[in-house]
Design a protein around this ligand. Structure first.
Ligand SMILES: C[S@@+](CC[C@H](N)C(=O)[O-])C[C@H]1O[C@@H](n2cnc3c(N)ncnc32)[C@H](O)[C@@H]1O
Length: 272
């Protein structure tokens, strides 16, 4: 396990408690929340819940699908799929504090029977071959140097013909990334692939790429809209709950990195 990554994401103390306290301070009752109420903290990626719903539709899921979410974080994407499609989602994540909070948040919104979360490493998945109908990974591979192993593992656990949706931050053509960013405070745990490398990595792992979508411009617009929304009314709880006081600087750097094309956001819909 990579301690640097776990330390980066863990925050101080009990994350579910911190989120619950922030919600109560904002006048929300954690006992009567919907998955959408948590989206400002548990969809930990650019373009939030909307991006997850796009992947859900591209994966051609049904209520009977068994789905794997690789690098599931606080479980927002898994719950969005479970709630909107009715499928079952297993999340796996390296950070124990995130897995514990993901289970608590799922209880609050009454989705515990359709999602479960396990601590584990994307490069050595603890599942049998062909165990899942579909898999996704959202903003995770930026922390993973051995992407060849990660995608080979995703291919192994998918049934033949199953869909694999990848949505990640990639290295852009505009130069080195400005740090801190939400996935790393410095380059030691940051490993961005370029768009050209991604196509080779996915093909080498045995995937057929069905569609590629570069959402960089939409990501810039999303940040502008979010700034406007936050100045009108700040959400009850944000990623600051675990990223701490570095969070505002991380957000500013994301805007600059996107504008200067130091990063790109791209999704790949693949078939095993
Ligand atoms: C930016 S968060 C995204 C979380 C979630 N996919 C989402 O979009 O809300 C990145 C996540 O990747 C996880 N992660 C990083 N390296 C990993 C690895 N080798 N195996 C499993 N999870 C990993 C981190 O613990 C963290 O939860």
């Amino acid at each position: 396990m990579d301690d640097g990554i776990v330390r980066h994401y863990s925050g101080d103390g009990d994350l579910a408690d911190a989120i619950s306290e922030a919600l109560k301070r904002a006048g929300k009752d954690p006992a009567s929340l919907t998955a959408a109420d948590l989206a400002s903290v548990d969809e930990f990626h650019i373009r939030g819940r909307k991006a997850t719903l796009e992947l859900a539709s591209a994966m051609a899921l049904t209520a009977g699908s068994q789905v794997l979410d690789i690098g599931s974080g606080l479980g927002g994407p898994a719950r969005t799929l479970a709630e909107s499609i009715g499928c079952h989602v297993t999340g796996i994540d390296l950070t124990p504090a995130f897995c514990a909070a993901a289970a608590a948040l799922s209880r609050w919104v009454g989705l515990s029977d359709r999602v479960d979360f396990r601590v584990g490493d994307a490069t050595a998945l603890p599942f049998d071959a062909a165990s899942f109908d579909a898999a996704m990974t959202v903003h995770v591979a930026m922390n993973i140097a051995r992407k060849d192993r990660m995608y080979a593992e995703a291919r192994r656990v998918l049934r033949p013909g199953g869909r694999f949706a990848v949505y990640d931050v990639l290295q852009g053509e505009g130069g080195a990334v400005n740090y801190p960013v939400p996935w790393a405070r410095d380059p030691s745990i940051s490993h961005l692939a370029t768009p050209a490398q991604m196509e080779v990595l996915l093909a080498d792992a045995g995937f057929k790429i069905l569609a590629i979508e570069d959402s960089t411009e939409a990501s810039q617009t999303w940040f502008q809209d979010m700034a406007a929304r936050m100045s009108a009314q700040a959400p009850a709880v944000t990623f600051q709950a675990f990223l701490g006081n570095d969070f505002p600087a991380m957000g500013r750097n994301q805007v600059i990195n996107l504008r200067e094309r130091r990063i790109r956001t791209v999704s790949y819909i693949c078939e095993a």
